[in-house]
Design a protein around this ligand. Structure first.
Ligand SMILES: Cc1ncc(C[n+]2csc(CCOP(=O)(O)OP(=O)(O)O)c2C)c(N)n1
Length: 371
């Protein structure tokens, strides 16, 4: 007889799922290795980051799934609503539902028992599976997500896996290695604005290349400087611009330039860790570092005097990093398609109008052009 784990993997394969973004739960420890054996798997460091990566995969023509613990949904709600629901981006999520069935960990109780009410109140579709005979409902949930362009959470009770056993995969020990951060970095007084830098980027990006703009003023500046079909304007989900970029870079071949911000990268440094694991040739993150949360009124961030973002990118494993202060330096870095460009810019916001496109228009136009 087929194990429940094998049934789940077959359902994923029958639905042509090509990327699984995962973060472990003890109850699915037999499912996870089976998934990674059969489907390209992206290990996550925080679930919210997976929402961005999976959105990028979908925009790039792929069919992602997330496989996580239900607690991770607590880390994802803003992204699911301000990215997936806003643009109409599908995402099937298989969540090991903790906190209710035979749960001894007290920390799981509060979120676990409220999870259906939280999902319902958030307007997120969900399905509960509490026995093996209901596993077929995963198929229906995946189809609902992709046919109706929204997330669909499947809460799977640990009762489904009771009696499961599997060979424990060989445990990978930490690799003995020597790390060296060979980087001398000088941050000088900024001379260009973010607007100047975005203008430079639009001058370099070819017609067939992708530009993703961070939420707030950067998206409006890009829209005003050069609106084009292969621009993806973020409207919410702060912190996920570079995660979306990674998903897009992994799912298709066009070059992806991400216009990110210091506040956003500090909110989700997991994005850098994810990129450092893959270093895709077709991804350039331009970190527009104005030392402030520019879009909300220039409140100081930790890059103003404390953190050097290029060091953070390097420490995360990103190979080709560079710091630029001038448009000429930025141009050079863009032309050689560096992995991470730390652009030191003034805290200045151009006066721009609103983006006259709905989220759905942005998505549809972008996906039409990417084919
Ligand atoms: C989770 C969340 N917290 C706060 C905000 C408000 N907010 C919108 S844009 C922004 C600033 C982004 O700063 P940064 O990434 O440095 O980019 P900049 O605007 O300076 O280019 C903030 C705090 C938000 N949209 N979402």
């Amino acid at each position: 007889m087929k194990s429940p784990e094998l049934k789940v993997v077959e359902i994923l394969q029958n639905n042509h799922i090509d990327i699984a973004a995962t973060l472990p739960c003890d109850r699915i420890k037999c499912l996870l290795p089976l998934i990674s054996k059969n489907i390209k798997t992206i290990p996550l460091t925080r679930e919210e980051n997976g929402v961005g990566i999976c959105a990028g995969v979908f925009l790039g023509g792929g069919r992602p799934v997330m496989v996580i613990q239900s607690t991770g949904i607590g880390n994802m709600i803003n992204a699911l609503l301000s990215l997936n629901l806003t643009y109409g981006i599908p995402l099937p999520i298989l969540a090991s539902w903790r906190g209710v069935y035979k749960e001894s960990i007290e920390a799981q109780w509060h979120l676990g028992k409220r999870m259906p009410a939280i999902l319902g109140a958030a307007g997120l579709k969900f399905t509960i599976i509490d026995s093996q005979k209901d596993l077929g409902k995963i198929d229906a949930a995946i189809k609902d997500a992709f046919n109706n362009n929204h997330p669909h959470v499947v809460l799977i009770s640990p009762s489904v896996w009771e009696g499961s056993s599997c060979e424990v995969p060989e445990v990978q020990e930490i690799l003995p290695r020597f790390s060296e951060l060979k980087l001398n970095s000088e941050i000088r007084k900024p001379v260009m604005t973010r607007y100047d830098a975005i203008k430079t980027a639009t001058g370099i990006a070819g017609d067939e290349e992708i530009l993703i703009a961070n939420l707030g003023i950067p998206a409006k500046e890009l829209y005003e400087i050069k609106d084009r079909e292969l621009n993806f304007y973020m409207l919410g989900s702060m912190g996920l611009a570079s995660s979306i970029g990674l998903g897009l870079a992994l799912a298709q071949e066009k070059h992806v330039y991400v216009i990110d911000g210091d506040g956003s990268l500090l909110m989700n440094p997991n994005a850098l860790i994810g990129i450092g694991a893959y270093n895709p040739d077709n991804l350039t993150v331009i970190a527009m570092d104005n030392g402030t949360y520019g879009s909300t009124g220039n409140q100081e961030t930790a890059t103003c005097s404390q953190i050097d973002l290029e060091f953070l990118a390097k420490a995360s494993g990103i190979k080709d990093t560079v710091k630029v202060h001038t448009e000429a330096e930025l141009k050079d870095a863009l032309l050689r398609k560096a992995g991470f460009i730390h652009a030191i810019v003034k805290p200045a916001n151009a006066r721009c109008g609103e983006i006259a496109l709905s989220a759905n228009d942005i998505k549809k136009r972008f996906m039409g052009a990417i084919r």
